[in-house]
Design a protein around this ligand. Structure first.
Ligand code: FES
Ligand SMILES: [Fe+2]
Length: 343
């Protein structure tokens, strides 16, 4: 048997195993920064947003003092998910038995609790999580002791600012989609353009996908990809903030899409992308852009579902990366392996 090499992929069994996903939830998703929505959704004091961090329900609130807070969006009584959607509230009341929490998470009232001799409301505050904003984006992390978002983002804001002004963007729409593939397959497909000439003819007509000019750059907490439009030389950037936030800027008028890649069981991935554009972007261009993006997305869905079926056959132990063309997969897989095998 060949010995394991750096170029080996992760074991294919890791891509359809619920036990592996359980480890990833505990070691990765429960303690990572993930895109959770728009900062403007929790801008006003008293506003809240129910969101999700890799399957963990998170409630973000802007309290009356203007402080951004996050909690696990799970009632301390018997575990109901507390809030859905977003809006504005003076308190957070559970829809099941009406336990009512303050915007700082403390339990303010629990009907009939005065009949219980040893019930102390102070023991039943909402469990804290973390939230942070970067320009128009809201990020959440189930870990209350997470290192600050700014620190985690590292050089990403500065890199992005080379090609786009975040403050000049306006939210346009959210597009939801999904695929029958493990979340890591979806991430890995996003981390290389080795498949572009074969699988994305339309994209490869527009964008220069030559390996000397489509550049791949691993960073400690994210993977960066840089490209140019063939016709105009305009720049594009595609990033994955580990573990699961994708961020795309296509060459052309100011555009950006961002969203999480969320496991929904080991064999299915749910996604959404929030699209932002400069306010003066030509609507006709935007329509063509969505059609183009949708086409590339369909091509990718077919690819990842094919990979999932092949891996899940259980007949192959692992594959072999071409690290010259797939260095970002090497880096991502090492990052995952390090976390799931940590004691
Ligand atoms: S589960 Fe929330 S009040 Fe009972
Ligand atoms: Fe692709």
């Amino acid at each position: 048997m060949a010995t394991a090499s750096r170029a080996d992929t992760l074991p294919f069994a890791w891509y359809s195993d619920e036990e592996q996903l359980r480890r990833e939830r505990a070691r990765i998703f429960a303690r990572s920064w993930q895109y959770g929505g728009r900062a403007d959704q929790v801008a006003e004091p008293g506003s809240f947003l129910a969101t999700d961090a890799g399957g963990v329900p998170i409630l973000v609130v802007r309290d009356r003092d203007g402080e951004l807070r996050a909690f696990l969006n799970v009632c301390r009584h018997r575990g109901a998910v507390l809030m859905e959607g977003g809006g504005s509230r003076a308190t957070i009341q559970c829809h099941y038995h009406a336990w009512t929490y303050d915007l700082d998470g403390s339990l303010r009232s629990a009907p009939r609790s005065e009949r219980e001799p040893d019930f102390d409301a102070a023991d039943w505050s909402l469990l804290p999580a973390s939230a942070g904003t970067w320009g128009p984006f809201l990020f959440v992390n189930p870990d209350p002791d997470a290192a600050p978002l700014d620190e985690y983002l590292g050089a990403l804001p500065e890199i992005l600012a080379r090609d786009i002004d975040l403050d000049g963007l306006v939210f346009h729409s959210r597009v939801e989609f999904g695929s029958n593939a493990n979340w890591k397959i979806v991430v890995e497909n996003f981390l290389e353009c080795y498949h572009c000439p074969t699988a994305h003819p339309g994209f490869s007509d527009e964008v220069d996908v030559h390996p000397d000019r489509y550049l791949l750059e691993p960073h400690p907490t994210f993977s960066a990809q840089f490209c140019r439009a063939k016709a105009t030389g305009e720049h594009g950037q595609f990033h994955l903030l580990y573990p699961n936030t994708g961020l795309n800027v296509f060459p052309g008028p100011p555009n950006l899409s961002i969203g999480p890649i969320v496991p929904n069981g080991a064999n299915r991935t749910a996604r959404y992308l929030d699209y932002f554009f400069a306010p003066d972007v030509d609507p006709k261009w935007r329509e063509e852009f969505f059609a183009f993006d949708d086409q590339v997305g369909r091509e990718d869905t077919a690819l990842v579902e094919s990979v999932h079926r092949g891996m899940a056959s259980g007949m192959l132990e692992h594959g072999r990366l071409l690290l010259g063309s797939e260095p970002l997969l090497g880096a991502f897989q090492a990052w995952v392996a390090e976390r799931v095998s940590a004691p």
